[in-house]
Design a protein around this ligand. Structure first.
Ligand code: A2P
Length: 349
């Protein structure tokens, strides 16, 4: 079976990656519709040897679509996805709009693939830093329960979209040239600087990005009480996020055992060279599907603690790849004609 697919937000950083992944992973599609704002209507984008024209999202545009991959921000998803589902499509949404909705599965295929099949038309793709952390720590959590997570992130400009990446480049150049470097996309200069994550401040002084890591990890792991605290920071890296993660388990967890588990964990590459002090870096994670994990250390401050470090491509596994993997899960299941996972019949209105 092949699917009629639409990408909502096709001209953005994640949308661009979605197009490339659908092409290179040979997703079974019979039609690809590229949707964005009216600003981009008429732009052409190559796909499988053809030139596709971007359309402005509009009423009725989902009527011949089976699958929508959305990455155009929360308000755009809220505005258009109910209509897409009503028209019979299944939507995989990259925005935060539906992630904590109890009716909507929040899926990382390496962690909770079964949840993807329990949808009512919309499936949510988690926040990027949450996906990267979940892929790295879930294999350990399965062997021995994690009691508490303390995570600090080092997030690239790509998380704020294609325009933020462009701003970092031009700003770095402007600073080197001694010119004005006033930002217009991000709130503060990112070149040669860093700042606490620019999402709005919410509960107890945590920013929304930090609370996404807390709440989404709990939902994906199906561990509503899991203790998690996060500090999210934007750093002057173009693409790929890094995270320093401290894990406290219920029992001591040896470094050797953790390395053994992570060396065969799905979606993870263990990358450690202690002689040369070489560990995951965003420049090595850039463009890769896997989350690079390393610097696994016994926590000297706690008998049941482990430290680890990771870098992962925010646009790929942190967003577009995870969404395409969810689509692949559904399409594999739909290969069996009796399964309704990627068809309107699974939508209970
Ligand atoms: P456009 O390029 O026409 O503005 P990024 O995350 O890289 O900033 O990309 C955001 C994506 O979401 C772009 O494809 C952008 O299209 C799209 N987008 C933003 N606002 C809307 C909207 N109101 N309706 C449709 N698409 C939108």
């Amino acid at each position: 079976k092949s699917y009629r697919v639409a990408i909502l937000g096709a001209t953005g950083a994640v949308g661009t990656e979605l197009i490339e992944l659908l092409e290179h992973r040979n997703f079974p599609l019979s039609q690809l519709k590229l949707l964005a704002s009216p600003r981009s209507a008429g732009q052409t984008i190559p796909f499988r040897g053809e030139s596709l024209t971007v359309e402005a999202v509009a009423d009725g545009c989902f009527k011949d679509v089976d699958l929508v991959l959305a990455s155009a921000g929360g308000s755009t998803s809220k505005q258009w996805l109910p209509q897409a589902v009503e028209a019979g499509a299944v939507a995989i949404d990259n925005s935060s709009a539906y992630r904590m909705d109890p009716q909507v599965p929040l899926v990382v295929p390496e962690v909770n693939p079964e949840a993807a099949f329990d949808h009512q038309g919309i499936i949510a793709n988690p926040n990027c830093t949450t996906i990267l952390m979940a892929v790295a720590i879930y294999p350990l959590h399965q062997v021995q329960r994690i009691r508490r997570i303390v995570v600090s992130t080092y997030q690239s400009a790509s998380g704020a979209g294609a325009r933020a990446m462009e701003e970092l480049k031009t700003q770095a150049q402007a600073i080197l040239n001694g010119e004005d470097a006033t930002p217009s996309v991000l709130p503060y200069p990112l070149a040669f600087n860093l700042f606490p994550h620019n999402s709005p401040i919410s509960e107890g002084g945590y920013c929304q990005e930090e609370m996404k890591m807390v709440n989404e990890t709990r939902k994906i792991f199906n561990e509503p009480e899991l203790a998690i605290t996060a500090t999210c920071v934007r750093v002057p890296v173009l693409r790929a996020h890094s995270e320093a993660i401290n894990l406290e388990f219920e029992q001591p967890f040896s470094r050797a055992r953790a390395c053994e588990i992570l060396s065969t964990a799905p979606g993870v590459v263990l990358q450690e060279n202690w002689q040369s002090n070489y560990f995951p870096m965003p420049m090595d994670a850039d463009g890769r599907d896997e989350v690079l994990v390393g610097r696994i250390r016994q926590d000297i401050s706690h008998p049941c603690g482990l430290e680890l470090w990771l870098s992962g491509d925010q646009i790929r596994k942190g967003a577009a790849l995870n969404a395409v993997q969810i689509a692949e899960l559904l399409s594999r299941e739909s290969g069996d004609a009796s399964s309704p996972s990627l068809s309107s019949s699974s939508v209970q209105r």
